[in-house]
Design a protein around this ligand. Structure first.
Ligand code: NAD
Length: 479
């Protein structure tokens, strides 16, 4: 049997790879087997202070580095990520659990972000604004905002760091990033690629630690001028309060509860089979996942049958096994949450059409689960499950469907399936979501802004928009 090796774990501060030495550590566990893969060193207060001082020096160098040179280094980093994709994907599957095919795709898409923003670095231009008085030259420049504190979760350990790092570094900012402690090796592999590509020391630091202690110290520091976070709403709110205390802008991506509106004239296979594939991808631990399937009443039965058949056909297992389509959940907390959401919905009258149980044996496996006719009072209709549970409900008309789709404070992704152009326009117009897929579930692309409305977040990452919040305006009025 093929053996897979895991990388040693470090902190990366001021161009140096620091191992645990006397620091506290925390175990990194393979969620498919419960085996301990390694131990991640946790930064203490003095490590964080060194990271801050390095980021301040790194910023002084990097902001003066020509955009073309920044672009060259980011592109070289992207090339190294692609060359190392197989190894990085294996690390990701070991520590996060997703199937290798998804890990490979994620590493390549992460590399694409570095290439995209390398190109954007060369287009940070300004304006010459005509003055009201003769003999006055007015210039508007956009400059890097300063050192960034970034926090990313465990579920997409390459793409969430990539979206933040690529844009911030392209803009000329230095960064201290704290990736999720559950899946640290992937982010370290990205940092290694950037280091090998020639990123000057101090421009990027990677730290792990007790999350609350790290964020409170970094965000309170006058060195940090910008905060970026992906994770849950409560933590996002907390970091926004800390950022506000220092008048620092924050970019937030805080999850969703993606509605899917399926109208009677839809391509049912695309909506149902594609919907099951999309719902259970990443074991449902995907912020833009399709979660609430709202089906026009006359096709509810047909849709449900197809959706359940597609769900039952999914192969659940260790992501290292080539046949696997759905891996384990990330941790025991997630497993317990799925059990309690299903129990609550069924107790209140939902029909459990398939799944609903944890899978015995090692690892945090839960069956892909479909709940139909879920009452509005069920917790799963309000809370982001962030796991392999799909909820199905019928609707009668467009207005009902839109009202239900927009009911929650979330506004990240939404999907609709219809062959009618008028319905498609009305739905796209009426949905309160930052990212909308019509007749398809593939909505993420490097060149598009990724972000939400309402309490799903602030700002967008990716696209031409993604670099703006790492820049600040400065005008010069000269006589
Ligand atoms: P969480 O928000 O507690 O943790 C997400 C990330 O934030 C982790 O990497 C964690 O280390 C970090 N974090 C936690 N507290 C922090 C703090 N005080 N300061 C700085 N960083 C902090 O979420 P979780 O417990 O891992 O998962 C719970 C729920 O969060 C999920 O069920 C899901 O709803 C949501 N979530 C959303 C996303 C997303 O992509 N938007 C990702 C992960 C989790």
């Amino acid at each position: 049997m093929k053996t897979f090796s895991y990388d040693p774990l470090y902190l990366f501060i001021d161009g140096r790879w620091l191992d645990a030495e006397a620091r506290d550590t925390v175990a990194v566990v393979n969620p498919a087997t419960n085996a301990v893969l390694g131990r991640v060193p946790l930064a203490d207060a003095s490590d964080l202070d060194r990271a801050l001082a390095a980021a301040e020096r790194g910023f002084a160098t990097w902001r003066r580095t020509a955009p073309a040179e920044r672009a060259r280094i980011l592109k070289a980093g992207a090339d190294l990520m692609r060359e190392r994709a197989e190894h990085i994907a294996t690390l990701m599957t070991l520590e996060e659990g997703k199937p290798l095919v998804e890990s490979r795709d994620e590493v390549l898409r992460a590399a694409d972000y570095f290439e995209w923003f390398a190109e954007e670095a060369r287009r940070i231009d300004g304006r010459v604004v005509p003055a009201n008085r003769p003999g006055v030259l007015q210039l508007v420049k956009r400059e890097p905002i300063g050192p960034v504190a970034a926090f990313t979760p465990w579920n997409f350990p390459a793409i969430t760091p990539a979206r933040k790092l690529s844009a911030a570094l392209a803009a000329g900012c230095s960064v201290i990033i704290k990736p999720g402690e559950e899946s640290p090796a992937t982010a370290l592999a990205l940092a290694r690629a950037l280091d090998d590509a020639g990123l000057p020391k101090g421009v990027l630091q990677v730290v792990f630690g007790v999350p609350d202690a790290v964020s409170s110290r970094l965000i309170a520091s006058p060195v940090i001028r910008k905060v970026a976070f992906t994770g849950s709403m409560p933590v996002g709110r907390l970091l926004a309060e800390r950022a506000a205390a220092g008048v620092k802008p924050i970019t937030l991506e805080l999850g969703g509860h993606g509605p899917v509106l399926v109208f009677r004239d839809a391509d049912l296979d695309a909506a149902a089979a594609g919907g099951a594939a999309n719902r259970f991808r990443g074991t449902g631990q995907v912020c833009i996942s399709s979660t609430r399937f709202l089906i026009q009443r006359d096709i509810y039965l047909q849709f449900t049958e197809r959706f359940v058949a597609a769900t039952r056909a999914l192969v659940v297992g260790d992501g290292l096994d080539a046949a696997t389509q759905v891996g384990p959940l990330a941790n025991a907390r997630q497993l317990a949450k799925m059990e309690s959401l299903v129990e609550d919905a069924v107790r209140q009258g939902a029909r459990l059409l398939t799944g609903g149980n944890r899978i015995p044996g090692p690892g945090y496996f839960f069956e892909p689960t479909v709940l139909a006719d879920v009452p509005m009072s069920a917790r799963v209709m309000h809370e982001e499950p962030f796991g392999p549970i799909a909820v199905l409900r019928p609707f009668d008309g467009l207005d009902d469907a839109l009202a239900e789709a927009n009911r929650l404070p979330y506004g990240l992704s939404a999907y609709a399936f219809t062959r009618d152009a008028r319905t498609a326009i009305d739905v796209a117009d009426g949905l309160e979501a930052g990212m909308i897929g019509i007749n398809q579930y593939r909505i993420v692309a490097t060149e598009l802004p990724f972000g939400g409305m309402k309490e799903s977040g602030i700002g967008s990452e990716g696209g031409t928009e993604g670099i703006h919040h790492y820049l600040v305006n400065k005008f010069i009025s000269q006589v």
